[in-house]
Design a protein around this ligand. Structure first.
Ligand code: CTP
Length: 406
């Protein structure tokens, strides 16, 4: 784009409390040189006035499909053509549902149907509404049609809840909108298989050995990979997390079951990311009946569980493999040893304990590969996942080019 043609952003505001942040988004987009045309739904006007947006955007705000004077000046089809990019921020659950149904029952929904510009959605809603199966399905439909997601973020919500559903902060959003989306399209069409969460290794029908993994990192990676255009399958151990939009999830319990699921799909995988905290050992045999407390002592005989990552990395013509290493000390030394021993393409190492790593919302990672490394400082797992996906994408493309030129 030349300096004489500023980016044209059509910003749709729908009805949600996060709309109070949208005037700030307009300002930040304009600060970066964009022209912003605001279109509000009726519900949005219950949260912020059109005068506010008119003042910050410097253009009359559009709200009505049936406003003759405004339509005469620039009709809805012209607006749809004018836009270089359509951004819906906040995108409410209701508006997402209307988009998924293909409705054209107000000006903004009509523009979304009539535009050929990329559409970006910044969802904002209560965490339970975001996790609801209806919203999941609608988001899956929309991303399947090529719409892109900006967020949502995790954190405190206006309703007092804490969780996923916060609108991305205006400054970061403005940057992502004008940059394309951070990382968008990097993995277009690439097939990714991700393992996540702990495993449960049965002792008897009611008891098992497991660990503290929450699955948050693997789930955040799956969401970030979808944002980057990948087709994602997620093999999840027992965790209480909602399935990220547009992700195919396969639930398993034990290491054996996780291995089976991975083997079933590895033939259709370009990148394998082992984020699961798979048991290293499992009871040598699980009792068929519940073990009774008759003996004063009991010993549990353990045997090695299958190492899924090692098996995948050893496949001839296998995928690009990324492992994780959780270390309490000598992070680089131990991680590099695993990279070599397991013959991985990349390893993401974190120091566990002291408020990061397992079962925490924040984490820091250092990523190692043969001849390189990159530090990802401590931040929310969602943000960290986006950064890690970008590194994976870059290394994957380099590896493919190198293999192609051999
Ligand atoms: N992994 C796996 N299958 C296993 C064990 C681990 O796929 N049975 C994967 C994990 O998903 C992770 C990596 O291997 O990507 C971790 O390697 P591992 O050698 O298990 O690390 P630690 O458990 O930290 O090993 P150690 O206890 O020897 O340090």
């Amino acid at each position: 784009m030349t300096p004489s043609t500023p980016p044209r952003i059509l910003l749709g505001i729908t009805g949600g409390i996060a709309a109070y942040k949208s005037p700030d988004l307009v300002r930040r987009l304009r600060d970066r040189g964009a022209e912003v045309q605001v279109v509000m739904t009726g519900a949005a006007e219950r949260f912020v006035t059109r005068q506010t947006f008119q003042a910050v955007s410097g253009r009359p705000v559009r709200t009505e499909l049936w406003d003759e004077a405004a339509e005469a000046a620039m009709g809805h089809i012209e607006l749809a053509r004018w836009a270089g990019r359509v951004v819906i921020a906040p995108a409410s659950a209701d508006f997402i549902a209307r988009l998924a149904a293909g409705l054209a029952d107000d000006l903004l929904a009509t523009i979304c149907l009539a535009t050929e510009a990329p559409i970006l959605l910044a969802p904002a809603m209560n965490r339970v509404m975001w996790a609801n199966a209806a919203t999941r399905a609608n988001i899956g439909t929309l991303t399947g049609r090529g719409m892109r997601l900006l967020g949502p973020d995790d954190g405190n919500q206006a309703c007092g809840d804490t969780g996923a559903g916060r609108m991305v902060e205006p400054d970061r959003m403005a940057e992502a909108i004008l940059a394309g989306i951070a990382g968008a399209g990097l993995l277009e069409g690439v097939r990714m298989l991700i393992t996540a969460g702990p495993t449960r290794e049965p002792i008897d029908p009611v008891r098992f050995i497991s660990n503290r993994s929450s699955g948050k990192m693997g789930f955040a990676l799956a969401a970030a990979a979808v944002e980057s255009g990948a087709k994602v399958r997620l093999v999840a151990g027992p965790v209480g997390l909602p399935t990220p939009a547009a992700v195919e999830r396969i639930d398993v319990e034990s290491a054996e079951q996780m291995l089976d699921a991975v083997h079933r799909h590895i033939g259709q995988t370009d990148i394998f990311v082992a984020a699961a905290a798979v048991a290293d050992y499992r009871p040598a045999s699980a009792a068929r009946d519940k073990i009774k407390k008759t003996a004063p002592e009991m010993a549990l005989k353990l045997t090695r569980a299958p190492d899924i990552l090692t098996q995948v990395a050893a496949l001839a013509n296998g995928p690009f493999t990324v492992g994780f290493a959780a270390e309490t000390r000598d992070v680089e030394k131990n991680a590099r040893a695993k990279l070599e021993q397991k013959q991985l393409d990349m390893i993401a190492a974190n120091r566990v304990g002291a408020g990061s790593g397992f079962d925490s919302d924040q984490n820091a990672l250092t990523v190692y590969w043969s001849g390189g490394e990159q530090e990802l400082p401590k931040t929310g797992k969602r943000e960290l996942a986006r950064a890690l996906v970008q590194i994976i994408a870059r290394r994957y493309v380099t590896a493919r080019e190198t293999a192609g030129s051999r």
